[in-house]
Write a protein that binds this ligand. Structure first.
Ligand code: ADP
Ligand code: MG
Length: 372
């Protein structure tokens, strides 16, 4: 394979990276468990032009001001939305790929803060744009871990690797079966045929953005670390089912029960996906939601109402997706029920004065790619 050609001086290249929804396997990517996301047909586009002065300047459609920083930026330099970009520049430099400078123009149709991972779409879009502009050849899994490092250590969000892996490795028509441990993670694309079989995957962006999200996410991570120490395992997702008997604290016991049962559900869901058993797949989605609501306690009233209403209106299964405390839920429904489910959820939200949700259908799309 020939090495990619860097952009010539003044030349503009365009790359894009998608958001994702996770079908099942929630809060497992930081305990070494399996996850099953798809990349979305919603994406963040990054136009890039090289600079030779060691400076990076970035514009985004969400802000009327550009942000400029050095290619040698370190954590703490850049605040606000541009820290996701600076974090990617920093993490790439840490792995030996320091940009000589770049102008970056970002636009996105991934809703921000909706649990569809606009953050990973931005990081991965910037990463593939810089790699393309400089002619760096970096495999997608390494690049995903680099973007995750930027989000963890520069932005300060303690997320796992799923979002970046989905954004970079997505495949049209396929779900991704990701084993997040051992390192490096492995990603296998599995054909996902629900559309051919007459079903649709509906996303309900509940518009709820809970202030708890980041802090509580960190608390869950800390609790899983405590459990790992208590049980003497470094991958909590591989703890045997009877490990729950060894935990006395009721909160920690419930957290562990989620990790163990969710891991089993992903395994079962992989089989259901392969055998096109959508009723079974749906049941696993709903069981995942109950576990996230009751044992892991990361749901929100808007998510619970969406799931409940979707199920009452004929969904095969429904669950919150992403970190929780707001954001989006997904439901697997018969294709001709999409509108009815959307209307029922909107009506249920109106009855209790929740902000009107946004409902749309998604299908598995390709991961990050060059557009021009
Ligand atoms: P999610 O990843 O679920 O959308 P996060 O809170 O992880 O939510 O990330 C959202 C944040 O990422 C935004 O508040 C903003 O700071 C940044 N971001 C994402 N996309 C863009 C974009 N296109 N332009 C500028 N900032 C963005
Ligand atoms: Mg995010």
């Amino acid at each position: 394979m020939t090495a990619p050609q860097p952009l010539a001086p003044g030349e503009i290249g365009t790359w894009a990276a998608p958001g994702r929804v996770n079908l099942i396997g929630e809060h497992l990517d930081y305990v070494g468990g399996p996850v099953m996301p798809i990349a979305l047909d919603l994406r963040t586009t990054v136009k890039v032009r090289r600079r030779d002065d060691g400076r990076v300047r970035v514009w985004s459609g969400i802000s009327d001001r550009s942000v400029e920083f050095g290619a040698d930026t370190t954590p703490g330099d850049v605040k606000g939305w541009a820290r996701y970009v600076a974090g990617t520049v920093w993490a790439l430099a840490q792995s030996g790929h320091r940009t000589g400078g770049a102008d970056l123009v970002v636009s996105s149709d991934v809703p921000l803060g909706a649990g569809l991972s606009s953050s990973a779409a931005l990081e991965c879009g910037v990463a593939v744009a810089l790699a393309g502009a400089e002619g760096w050849e970096i495999d997608p899994i390494t690049l995903a871990l680099t973007c995750q490092r930027g989000e963890n250590e520069y932005v300060g969000a303690p997320t796992g690797s799923m979002d970046q892996l989905a954004s970079l490795c997505g495949e049209k028509g396929h779900a991704l079966m990701i084993e997040t441990a051992p390192t490096p993670p492995s990603v296998r694309a599995v054909p996902a045929h629900w559309v051919e079989d007459g079903y649709a995957l509906v996303v309900v962006d509940t518009q709820a953005k809970h202030s708890l999200a980041t802090g509580e996410y960190g608390v869950r991570r800390a609790q899983t670390e405590e459990l790992g120490e208590l049980l003497g395992v470094d991958r909590l997702a591989s703890a045997p089912p009877d490990a729950v008997l060894k935990v006395d604290d009721p909160v920690l016991k419930a957290r562990l029960r989620h990790v163990i049962t969710e891991t089993q559900r992903v395994r079962s869901a992989a089989r259901a996906l392969s055998s096109r058993d959508w009723a079974q797949f749906g049941q696993l989605m709903s069981a995942s939601h109950a576990s996230l609501r009751d044992d892991y306690e990361v749901s929100a009233p808007e998510l619970d109402l969406t799931v409940e209403t979707a199920m009452e209106n004929g969904a095969l299964g429904a669950r919150m997706t992403g970190g929780g405390f707001g954001g989006s839920a997904i439901a697997l429904v018969e294709a001709d029920r999409v509108e009815a489910v959307g209307e029922a959820v909107a009506a249920a939200f109106a009855r209790v004065d929740f902000t009107a949700p946004r409902t749309f259908v998604v299908a598995p799309a390709d991961g990050a790619t060059r557009l021009s």
